[in-house]
Write a protein that binds this ligand. Sequence first.
Ligand code: NAD
Length: 347
Amino acid sequence: PRPGKLRGTLVGCGFFAENHLNAWTLMRDTPLEGVELVAVCDKDVGKAEAAARRFGVPHVYADAEAMLAEQKPDFVDIATTLPSHRALVELAARHGVPAICQKPFAASLEDAEAMVRACAEAGVQLMVHENFRWQHPLLAVKQALDEGWAGRPFFGRVQFRHGFDIITNQPYLAEDERYIIMDVGLHLLDVARFLFGEAGRLYCRTARIDPRVRGEDTATMLVDFHGGVTGVIDLSTATRTEPEPFPECLVRIEGTDGTIELEQGYRLVLSRPGHREVRPVDAELLPWAARPWHVVQDSVLAIQRHWVDCLREGREPDTSGADNLRTLELTFGAYRSAETGEAVAFG
Ligand code: NAD
């Protein structure tokens, strides 16, 4: 275990980093957590300066290499967009600095494998900021499943359909040839792995409904899990309904004994013939949080706490780089299936 306070750094002070910064600040201000950000970096240095001022971070950089060389931090939190992920993770490995990397971890499986290898060879931990499985309602689903409510599960649906405008905050999403599977589908595939284990085969259909985006904005996947679950994973940003479900991830699991449902409104429903039980599983509203994002914001704090625990105990994070290779394999497999019209099998 590392003694003393962990000294962290962060690269990328954009839209979503706001949540990382708020969570690191809450952790800094909770002395038992033993962690603080000593520097922030953005190539647009004005954004780093603004973040440092707001969150009381002492050092500011425009260049991540200079930051790692001078600060020699205990870790770096990479909250930039995809194109910079490989270079920044390899930079962290060269400096012997453990790294967290936002999703999507990498643009190809080859890139992802190289990033995992670089960190393994440098002997530093690597975690993908794959926060969906850390959402409070999804942890409650996992707990009900592990407690055996459903018996042996044979069907699992993981769904994320909405019509909320996410492009205003993340304009880069509209320009990418690959849109919703790369942005959100990988979260759902990771949640499905978390709940049902590894997958053997996947078939996927996609469509583009909203002409303002370049890539697919709806996807439907049929997945065979080795453990015996047939999975349906469906997502859309073109759904028009009321009340707006964003950003709720809904789940239905059927097993030999009963059914577990995560319904809109953060209600966990456990049912069997003659029995129906509804539990509220909404997340805590953290001091900086705002609905409808509060469950996501709470999950950022949860995954950052998990990272600090793993660093201190020297163990592999649940969503390590190596673990994320399996999620990315399914993600790229989904695109391959959509393109070819064929199911894709995994080793
Ligand atoms: P953004 O464009 O608002 O911010 C990214 C910032 O990184 C920018 O300020 C940019 O100047 C900076 N940057 C890029 N390359 C850099 C480099 N090499 N060195 C220093 N600074 C660099 O993007 P965003 O919307 O905040 O998204 C960031 C990432 O977070 C994306 O990968 C996105 O998919 C992810 N994200 C995750 C969740 C989640 O729930 N896990 C939600 C939203 C976004």
